[in-house]
Design a binder for this molecule. Structure first.
Ligand SMILES: Nc1ncnc2c1ncn2[C@@H]1O[C@H](COP(=O)(O)OP(=O)(O)OP(=O)(O)O)[C@@H](O)[C@H]1O
Ligand SMILES: [Mg+2]
Length: 265
């Protein structure tokens, strides 16, 4: 049976009936109720849902940082039992070391994994260049804008060529214009090197812009409400957002949220 595992498995990430109940003393919160989801290799999938529906919880379970109450996650056919080291993770706030320049913040990942600096330094520089930070490689975090800092943290998450990139609301703190630019840059990086991406977002238009598929979640306890295939050609440009097709995706998803009472009026 083992021979069927490994690189040939169709479902790169296989989430099977995952449930999560956080319990402390008398109180308990059911964050996730039976979530099943399969993600293909190289696919860009967004998790979209109302606050508190368990998106971050699911991402942490996939990364092996939180244990599920029931169910299993398999990555490339292997059961997730502990923190996965072969990942890139980007959180809402860019966590950079103040005393290190952009390039040295990206290289933290290379040092922590004891990878060859000579091999990865050019890659780190190329990643920073690809997101418009060519001239900011030697600047310190205090010299960067919020969007620039988040770009550095995305480069850091990608420098070691992880097989899976998990992003939790990475652009939530940014203004709308910067956010559009970040989504565009992210798409471009992903098209050059299409790794499997799971992105948590509250933004319907962000999800439609970047995703191959959108997993729309129900309010807590989170379940998969519906999965939307986004059939818009790539690269998607800022004009994509003006097309009737784009608007139709946004409207359909809003309707799902209206059914659940997430959006009223
Ligand atoms: N460590 C924890 N201990 C207890 N309860 C928790 C813990 N983490 C999350 N929860 C609860 O689980 C539920 C889901 O939380 P989670 O952070 O996964 O939601 P989310 O979808 O990411 O929300 P948001 O969009 O606001 O970030 C919430 O009710 C939250 O209070
Ligand atoms: Mg969250």
């Amino acid at each position: 049976m083992k021979a069927f595992d490994g690189p040939h498995v169709e479902n790169f990430v296989d989430i099977r009936d995952v449930r999560k109940v956080y319990s402390r003393r008398q109180s308990s919160v059911e964050a996730l109720a039976r979530v099943s989801l399969q993600v293909r290799r190289g696919e860009f999938v967004s998790l979209l849902g109302p606050s508190g529906c368990g998106k971050s919880t699911l991402l942490m379970i996939i990364g092996g940082l939180v244990a599920p109450t029931a169910g299993e996650i398999h990555i490339e056919g292997t059961l997730v039992r502990e923190a996965q080291t072969d990942l890139g993770i980007v959180f809402q706030e860019p966590v950079l070391l103040d005393w290190r320049t952009s390039i040295e913040n990206v290289m933290i990942q290379v040092e922590a994994r004891r990878l060859d600096r000579k091999v990865y330094l050019p890659r780190a520089r190329q990643l920073l260049t690809s997101v418009g930070l060519e001239d900011f490689q030697d600047k310190y975090p205090f010299e960067l804008s919020g969007g620039m800092r988040q770009r550095v943290s995305i480069c850091r998450a990608l420098v070691h060529r992880p097989r899976l990139l998990l992003m939790d609301e990475p652009f939530g703190a940014l203004d709308a214009l910067t956010r559009d630019q970040m989504n565009f840059d992210l798409q471009r990086m992903w098209m050059l090197d299409p790794i499997t991406v799971l992105l948590v977002t509250h933004s319907i238009s962000e999800a439609v812009f970047v995703s191959d598929r959108i997993v729309v979640m129900s309010p807590r306890p989170g379940t998969v409400d519906t999965i939307v295939e986004v059939d818009l050609p790539r690269p998607r440009g800022l004009d994509t957002q003006e097309t009737p097709e784009f608007s139709r995706y946004v409207r359909d998803i809003k309707q799902r949220f209206a059914i659940h009472g997430v959006i009223r009026g």
